[in-house]
Design a protein around this ligand. Structure first.
Ligand SMILES: [Mn+2]
Length: 339
């Protein structure tokens, strides 16, 4: 516990007492941040509040079904609306009302905010809702549920507490968020509560099999292309306990892969028998992003945090402004003798 931490009841009161919410998702948007933010906005609107969600990167097409209510303002969607006033954020993000309350969902660190990073380093979030083990978001209060599989579980609890009726479109958003972050209810973060909430959501009549197929069994051609390159790039260290994949800007261009196409690559190296830690190191603009995964005993959240990043025990990430080969050496050196 930290002085910023509030309970879920206090968070519910916070939403009742405030209005004109902008819900901010993390960059490289995944199903949890998209589904959770969309469900929260839809729920707040049902309570008569003004709310909209935003992410500094476009929501990938394959995740748009999680925002059936159109809760996300897509970048540049409208130049005629303006958030305006002293609280105005980036002029390129139009909200159809004057934003007063800023809430982050599923965002562990300011580096996951894209161009919003500077703004929120200066002017803190009013509330940060998250389930990451390490959360360093600049905020005035924080609802941090580290035992939860997903932010989707937190939003489900919150909306239930607020008396919001969970209709099918909200259920799709939340089920997708929970199923995705729990790895289809396979990862260790899955608890009995996760299954209970999912069961409640299934009872609304959603096509959960379709949601799981869209999340786990559907790939774009670019995804397959980048995965082919990734398989060929696997290198093993530390007696086969560390697997590393480096994806250069050239590799990514050759596969014509967008960020969301690369997400699936993170799971590949840790599938090799005997591997404990995997690192996928890739160029992203002027940054080099590192996605770390572990299978059993190694806490990759700690390793990522030592480089200014964050995440969970078994899945974490960090970023560098260095040459990609230098980053690779740094990661390999930092794990030498530790596995
Ligand atoms: Mn999450």
């Amino acid at each position: 516990m930290n002085a910023l931490d509030i309970t879920i009841n206090q968070a519910a009161r916070f939403f009742l007492e405030n209005d004109n919410f902008l819900i901010v998702s993390h960059t490289s948007p995944d199903a949890d941040t998209v589904g959770s933010a969309s469900a929260l906005v839809a729920g707040l609107r049902k309570l008569g509040k003004n709310a909209a969600a935003v992410c500094d990167e476009p929501i990938p097409d394959r995740l748009l079904f999680l925002d059936a209510n159109g809760c996300f303002i897509q970048n540049g969607a409208s130049e005629t609306c303006s958030s305006g006033g002293p609280n105005a954020i980036l002029p390129s993000i139009p909200a159809p009302f004057q934003v007063q309350t800023y809430v982050s969902v599923d965002v562990a660190s300011a580096t996951m905010l894209g161009r919003f990073e500077q703004r929120f380093l200066e002017k803190f979030f009013d509330l940060s809702i998250d389930h990451h083990l390490v959360n360093t978001i600049p905020c005035k209060r924080r609802l941090l549920c580290t035992g939860y599989s997903s932010s989707g579980e937190i939003i489900y609890e919150l909306l239930t507490l607020l008396g919001v009726e969970i209709d099918r479109s909200i259920a799709v958003s939340l089920y997708g968020a929970i199923s995705s972050d729990s790895g289809g209810f396979r990862y260790s973060a899955t608890r009995s509560q996760t299954m209970r909430y999912a069961a409640d959501l299934i009872e609304t009549g959603i096509d959960f099999a379709k949601i799981n197929r869209l999340l786990f069994e559907t790939k774009s051609l670019a995804q397959i292309e980048i995965e082919k390159i990734a398989y060929n790039a696997i290198e093993l260290y530390e007696d086969g306990k560390l697997a590393v994949i480096v994806l250069t800007a050239d590799d990514i261009a050759k596969a014509n892969a967008a960020d969301s196409d690369i997400d699936g690559v993170y799971q590949i190296p840790r599938q090799i028998a005997g591997v404990e830690v995997s690192a996928v190191i890739r160029q992203k603009g002027d940054k080099v992003k590192v996605s770390l995964r572990s299978n059993e005993y190694f806490n990759v959240a700690e390793l990522a945090a030592s480089f200014g990043g964050g995440g969970h025990f078994h899945a974490a990430g960090c970023a560098f402004y260095e040459d990609i080969q230098a980053v690779k050496k740094r990661i390999i050196d930092s794990l030498h003798g530790k596995l």
